[in-house]
Design a protein around this ligand. Structure first.
Ligand code: KG4
Ligand code: ZN
Length: 406
């Protein structure tokens, strides 16, 4: 008893922001993430301080099998979730009874993966009689920045990951205006597939890296001008994205190069770095151009504050420094401040889910009693869809030279 009181006191003294009241600081949230291939958990206090966290990545297994096999991902989540949650709790020194709520990703994501986190959480909240906060994975990526910086609503956010690519105005914890989304595949998916087609796993410096990380690493030594790819959707004046056509262009180039060199598919080409650099540059330019139009749309419609308008870049692909620099060119040209969480908070993690729980708990939004039945949703839109209005506005974007420093 005394020990638990001493622990609470220590936690309060650690409370991150002086502006947050002691009462809300003492609210403790357990966050659980299993929407794709990372099993993550974290315990956080009401000020956003991470008291304990744990993450199990399935990346190496999926690299070996050449992509995520949903049944394998599910099995790995099952094998690890109990340990990951227990580790986060142990590291935080918080007992389940002390938690104010449990927040868990329930949408969107791989059905079999979401099911594991939800099932575990359902049993956990019933056993410990705790409120449950279902979390939208993309909402969590969008809000992560507020765990680290005092960013007021509204702000413009570009989210780029293995499953998504979207532009939205974040107006509140659960209030988003969707300006653009991908029409086919997500940029992380494209980079992962290009990396696989280039057999980068055989490259001594890339064996354990995700596709996106491998492309970024090799691109540093490459000449992006050696191969030119067309930037997608140049004639479509909206804020949506498309990456499938780029992947096709890259695949054709790889096939042509293999034929010229007389080597089989699966051989590491001598030009991998140049191909990686050109691919990364085209992804960065496409993201930058659509974001530029989104900024102009926001300005034309008064959607961002005049005082310190902010562009937030997040999601796994936002770990990429070259893409960050491309977005910085747009932010500087349009007078916005650019904020990106550090890489470990861009890729999937437990704290981002716990933080979304903290934000919802503060606002009293979407908090359910322990017994309520919740289903997972593999597909789930984010916010009010304004993509048709953006297309109708057909805003012309002045050309900016994407001279992205290497
Ligand atoms: O957000 P995330 O961890 O999971 C999803 O919600 O999808 O994003 C994973 C994606 C993968 O496709 C991975 O290749 C990509 O993020 N990624 C990167 C980098 N690090 C991870 N893409 C480009 N550059 C990176 N440095
Ligand atoms: Zn994600």
């Amino acid at each position: 008893m005394f020990q638990s009181k001493a622990r609470s006191l220590r936690r309060l003294l650690r409370c991150k922001h002086a502006a947050v009241s002691k009462a809300s600081c003492s609210r403790l949230v357990l966050g659980i993430e299993t929407s794709c291939d990372d099993t993550g958990a974290a315990v956080m206090d009401g000020s956003g301080a991470i008291l304990g966290e744990s993450l199990h990545s399935q990346k190496e297994v999926h690299l070996r099998t050449g992509g995520i096999i949903p049944t394998v991902a599910q099995q790995l989540h099952r094998e690890n979730i109990q340990r990951v949650v227990q580790e986060a709790l142990d590291r935080s020194g918080v007992a389940p009874a002390e938690l104010s709520a449990v927040a868990t990703t329930v949408k969107p994501g791989l059905a079999l993966s979401l099911a594991v986190g939800l099932e575990f959480s359902r049993r956990f909240v019933r056993r410990h009689n705790k409120p449950f906060i279902p979390i939208h994975h993309m909402e969590a990526h969008a809000l992560t920045v507020r765990m680290l910086h005092a960013v007021p609503f509204p702000f413009l956010v570009l989210l780029v990951s293995g499953g998504h690519s979207l532009l939205a105005v974040a107006r509140g914890v659960d209030d988003f205006l969707l300006l653009g989304r991908t029409l086919d595949e997500a940029p992380g998916d494209t980079l992962d597939k290009v990396a696989r087609r280039l057999s980068l796993r055989k490259h001594p410096r890339c064996a354990t890296l995700s596709g996106g990380q491998a492309i970024e690493l090799l691109a540093k030594d490459g000449d992006r001008r050696r191969f030119g790819f067309r930037t997608p959707m140049g004639q479509t004046p909206d804020c949506c994205f498309s990456f499938a056509g780029l992947r096709n262009q890259v695949t054709m180039l790889i096939k042509k190069t293999e034929a010229e060199e007389g080597v089989e598919e699966g051989t590491l080409l001598s030009q991998v770095s140049d191909i990686a650099a050109a691919t990364q540059h085209t992804v960065a330019s496409h993201l930058a151009k659509r974001t530029h139009r989104a900024v102009l749309f926001c300005k034309a419609n008064g959607l961002l504050p005049e005082d310190t308008p902010t562009l937030v870049l997040s999601g796994g692909v936002a770990s990429n420094q070259y893409i960050r620099r491309a977005l910085l060119i747009i932010a500087e040209a349009t007078g916005l401040r650019l904020l990106c969480p550090p890489a470990r908070f861009c890729t999937d993690n437990g704290p981002m889910i716990a933080w979304n729980g903290v934000e919802r708990l503060r606002e009293g939004r979407g908090i359910l009693p322990p017994g309520v039945d919740v289903s997972y949703e593999p597909r789930a839109a984010l916010g009010l869809d304004l993509t048709a209005e953006v297309r109708a506005a057909a805003i012309r974007v002045p050309s900016i030279r994407m001279k992205i420093p290497d």
